[in-house]
Structures are given as structure tokens and as C-alpha cells.
Design a binder for this molecule. Structure first.
Ligand code: ADP
Ligand code: MG
Length: 309
């Protein structure tokens, strides 16, 4: 019997852990990425270096694999959907299309009757002036932002004038809230109402970049249960297959708000490598490759410190 071969788009840290998890499960991996120094080359069975829009190289990659997953969500939707016509991409590319844009992402969450911060679509300076009620706020590019990139904290309209923002792309203006805490829930969905869900992880960000993650999160049972329920509801509605993460804010009144959805394994879930019998990476590979769901249990409490560089 020939082994399943899983293609992974992206060869960074998350891709490396996915490849390691696959190896443990006797699944072959081929990574496709645009970085010759990608760390995943040490863990995958093979690696193809090319940019994501090089059709010939992508075709070569597709021929070698049985199905495809990805380690980051910003691969253009057109590329993912073209690949999906030849080999199945999981999670499904339409999810990326929805989540790649903060505006459609937040509307999707609100349509599920789940709460987010207040926000408005901003296309130009006069939109900003017309939404002063959201100040102090954070202006975020609708697409391609990460780790606080493409974000401006704006206290007053005069502040914004000084920033000289070019409105080449769309933004959302989000009300800045007083954060009590940030938590994330990592959930793997195997199919209809079939989940393995990790307990909420407490996260501390420094300069909008994840700095520390730990379990157990110091939250009460209500928030614990609510964040898990909301995450599963999102995963179910997306018909998600694989591991995803929902980032939450807890405001000063202990109100839970969804910040954003990451349709992939997540940095805050690195600690599951040691804390649980099955890591977020193994759960992801199991789910996308259609392997058995193993009951996921905590072995240790854990804390992760994010070193960058
Ligand atoms: P990214 O896509 O770069 O992760 P986020 O929207 O998650 O962007 O913002 C990064 C961090 O900035 C959050 O984890 C939080 O600490 C802070 N932040 C973002 N939006 C708000 C907000 N509306 N109010 C207060 N803090 C915020
Ligand atoms: Mg974030």
C-alpha cells in the first residue's frame, strides 16, 4: 500500500512541526515554500522552493502529493482554489477567502451572534472622520496584516492627519478596548460535530506580538465554557477540517469578544507539544488525512515564551 503524501504550503516553524507530526504518523510530506532557508527542509521528506504563483512548480508539487494543507492563511485564494481543483486542499480555500479579510471575517462572526469589538469599514479619510465614535481606535488593513503590521493606533482625528495614511487598500477602524486578558482556543474539527478542543490558553502580547502563552488560563468557568462553545460554533459553521484557533479578548467588564480566527495551527498552541498526549499539529494531520480521532488529554500545565529572531 502506498503511503499518503501530504503537501504543506509554507516551510516555517508551523510547517516544520506539521511535518514532524506527519512523520510520527507515517505520512510522507512535501513542503512547498518560497524560502530556500526554510526550517521545514530538515523535517519534511522533500521540499520544493518556488514562489506561490509559479504555476509550473506548483504543478510539479501537486503531482507528487495526495492532498494539501498550509501553515499560513495569506496564500492568495486564487492559488489555493486552483490547487483544490486538482488535489484537495484542507481546510477548504473558501474559508481563507472569508478570513483573509478582517471586514468579512468580523461580519461572519457577528452573523453567528457572537460578539466582536465595534468596527466600521474605512475606505478614505472622510470615513475616518465620520466614525469618530470609534476613537480611540485601531485602524487595521483589511488584508495581509499580522503581528500588528498594517495597524495604526488613533486617538484623535488630528493624530490620524499626522500619520499620512495612504488609503490604497481598505481598512477597518476598531474601537480600542481596555483589555483585561487575551485567550485563545485551539480546536481540531474532524467532521460534523466531531471535535478535539484544547482548554483556553492565556496569552500576553508585547507590541502586538505574542510573548507568553500558558495553561491553565486564569479565567472563570463561564468564560472557559463560553470560549470553547463559541470556537466550536465557528469551526462547525465554517465546516472546518483540521486545527484552527480563535483569539479572544476579555474586556474590563469580563465580556468575551472574538478578536480573530486563524484557520491553521497557531503559535499559542506550541505548548500542546508538551502539555497534551496529542499536539495541535498531530490533531491537524490526523484530521486532514482522515485518520482516527484520538481523545486528547492534558498531561502537564505549560508555559511558552515566544523567542523571535
Ligand atoms: P494580528 O492580525 O496582527 O495578530 P490583531 O488584531 O490580533 O492583529 O492585534 C494584535 C494585538 O493587538 C492583539 O492581540 C491585542 O493585544 C492588540 N489589539 C488588537 N485590537 C485591539 C483592540 N481593538 N483593542 C485593544 N487591543 C487590541
Ligand atoms: Mg492576532
Amino acid at each position: 500500500m502506498s503511503k499518503t503524501c501530504l503537501g504543506i504550503l509554507g516551510g516555517g516553524q508551523l510547517g516544520s512541526f506539521l511535518a514532524q507530526a506527519a512523520k510520527k504518523l507515517k505520512i510522507k510530506t512535501i513542503v512547498y515554500c518560497d524560502d530556500t532557508d526554510a526550517p521545514a527542509k530538515y523535517f519534511a521528506d522533500d521540499i520544493i522552493i518556488g514562489s506561490y504563483d509559479e504555476t509550473k512548480k506548483i504543478d510539479k508539487f501537486i503531482k507528487k502529493i495526495d492532498l494539501v494543507t498550509f501553515e499560513f492563511e495569506n496564500i492568495p485564494y486564487d492559488i489555493l482554489s486552483t490547487i483544490n481543483k486538482k488535489k484537495r486542499v484542507l481546510p477548504s480555500p473558501y474559508i481563507n477567502q472569508l478570513i483573509q479579510n478582517r471586514f468579512t471575517e468580523k461580519n461572519f462572526i457577528n452573523d453567528l451572534s457572537l460578539k466582536t469589538t465595534n468596527f466600521e469599514l474605512i475606505k478614505n479619510f472622510s470615513d475616518l472622520r465620520n466614525n469618530k465614535n470609534l476613537l480611540p481606535g485601531i485602524l487595521k488593513t483589511c488584508t495581509l496584516g499580522y503581528d500588528g503590521k498594517g495597524q495604526y493606533v488613533i486617538s484623535t482625528i488630528e493624530d490620524a492627519e499626522k500619520l499620512d495614511i495612504s488609503f490604497n487598500n481598505e481598512f477597518i477602524l476598531e474601537k480600542k478596548i481596555e483589555l483585561k486578558k487575551e485567550i485563545s482556543v485551539i480546536v481540531t474539527r474532524y467532521g460534523k460535530n466531531k471535535f478535539e478542543t484544547y482548554e483556553p490558553i492565556e496569552n500576553v502580547h508585547k507590541d502586538q506580538i505574542l510573548s507568553v502563552s500558558q495553561i491553565p488560563a486564569k479565567i472563570d468557568k463561564l468564560i472557559n465554557d463560553q470560549s470553547i462553545f463559541w470556537s466550536q460554533k465557528i469551526a462547525e459553521k465554517l465546516d472546518f477540517i483540521g486545527t484552527m484557533c480563535v483569539e479572544f479578548f476579555l474586556d474590563k467588564d469580563d465580556k468575551l469578544l472574538v478578536n480573530e480566527i486563524a484557520p491553521r495551527v497557531h503559535n499559542s498552541g506550541h505548548l500542546t507539544l508538551n502539555s497534551h498526549n496529542v499536539s495541535q499539529f498531530e490533531n491537524h494531520v490526523r484530521a486532514v488525512c482522515g485518520l482516527q480521532k484520538v481523545s486528547t488529554k492534558k498531561i502537564y500545565n505549560a508555559k511558552m515564551i515566544n523567542l523571535i529572531g
